[in-house]
Write a protein that binds this ligand. Structure first.
Ligand code: SAM
Length: 343
């Protein structure tokens, strides 16, 4: 008999998809209030419900033990969580050991000037930074509380620290649609890739289901791509980052442009991920309500056996996909806002 315990079986869902990517929302709080993400009067979770940094570490490490290769910290805004660098430094051990291919995060960039060097030192190599516009007034309107210069400083710090940056922009009708050429050119100058995202019907935005708001915001990336192709040479690319984006290379800039199209082209057949919130609630699909409580097994024993069982059990319930529909009379696909599950 071997002296070493066999590595546990990988997580395979009922549709044969290997689950190797976990996104963990480390806080539901954010220093921005983006109009498509949160309502203005968000109620936040009571602190007692939120996992400690040590518990988040144990939870993430349990997924790594079960075959997770990519871990993304998100939120809310991950970098506003107090002492977040302790968690990131600690999780970096899984990158050093080779257990993780990638430790990364999605951030609004507001705290990057402070943390970029530390992130790089902890083993983070690439980050996604959400920037929907390069117009300072429009930025303030979209984010309600955000200031563009602070984010631009953060992006410079990330570049200087040697972090690869991908800009994420939600395409919003009548808001940033006329600016996408400028953003593509700017990303080319700065050496950033750009990914455009279709707005998704998550959470009630106006106390009335939010259908009308979503209909006003929604822009199909199929149309955006057709329009961009009039001025840019978009060459199909097989590049993948393990997430849902499909990429082209922009010949004129040499950078990649990604499209995340949950509305106009459903990508669930290749889904390899699950999400866990800061309360230890695991969502097997961004667009479905079913969830599994991981906090109870996590807190029930210092041993990870119960936690592993709960994760495995949840994976058996991973649904085939989401079914987003936007319409004036339609409510959100799920009640929770993106800031709860994490993008
Ligand atoms: N605070 C971080 C940030 O700004 O990137 C991480 C969390 S944020 C919820 C993650 C991503 O989700 C951002 O790129 C944001 O633009 C996107 N997002 C939020 N609500 C969305 C929605 N309803 N549809 C599509 N994308 C959304």
């Amino acid at each position: 008999m071997s002296m070493f315990p066999a590595s546990p079986a990988p997580l395979i869902d009922p549709f044969g998809r290997a689950i190797t990517y976990v996104r963990v929302s480390v806080t539901d709080r954010c220093d921005f209030r983006c109009v498509y993400c949160m309502s203005e009067d968000m109620a936040f979770l009571p602190k007692a419900d939120i996992l400690s940094l040590e518990e988040l570490d144990r939870l993430c490490s349990a997924f790594v033990a079960l075959g997770t290769r990519k871990l993304r910290l998100t939120g809310g805004e991950p970098l506003v969580r107090r002492n977040i660098m302790e968690l990131i430094r600690s999780l970096g051990r899984h990158v050093s050991s080779g257990a993780l291919d990638e430790l990364t995060l999605t951030t609004n960039g507001s705290q990057l000037a402070k943390y970029a060097d530390g992130l790089r030192a902890a083993g983070v190599r690439r980050i996604n930074v959400s920037v929907d516009t390069l117009d300072a007034d429009r930025f303030a309107t979209i984010t309600r509380w955000g200031r563009l210069p602070q984010v631009l400083d953060g992006l410079e710090a990330a570049r200087t620290a040697g972090l690869e940056v991908k800009i994420n922009a939600v395409a919003l009708k009548g808001v940033n649609d006329l600016e996408l050429d400028d953003m593509l050119a700017w990303c080319g100058e700065k050496g950033f890739d750009l990914t455009l995202i279709e707005v998704m019907p998550l959470g009630d935005m106006d106390g009335n289901g939010g259908g009308a708001v979503r209909e006003e915001q929604f822009l199909s990336l199929r149309d955006v791509r057709a329009d961009l192709e009039k001025r840019w040479t978009l060459m199909d690319s097989t590049h993948r980052t393990g997430g849902p984006a499909r990429y082209v290379t922009v010949r004129e800039t040499g950078r990649r442009l990604g499209f995340i199209t949950p509305m106009s082209h459903n990508f669930c057949e290749s889904c390899n991920r699950v999400r866990v919130t800061c309360t230890g609630t695991m969502y097997m699909c961004l667009g479905q309500e079913d969830a599994a409580d991981l906090r109870t097994p996590l807190r029930a024993s210092a041993d990870d056996a119960l936690l592993h069982d709960a994760i495995r059990d949840a994976i058996t319930r991973k649904p085939k996909g989401h079914d987003f529909i936007i319409g004036r009379d339609r409510g959100p696909a799920v009640g929770r806002h993106m800031s709860v599950t994490g993008g």
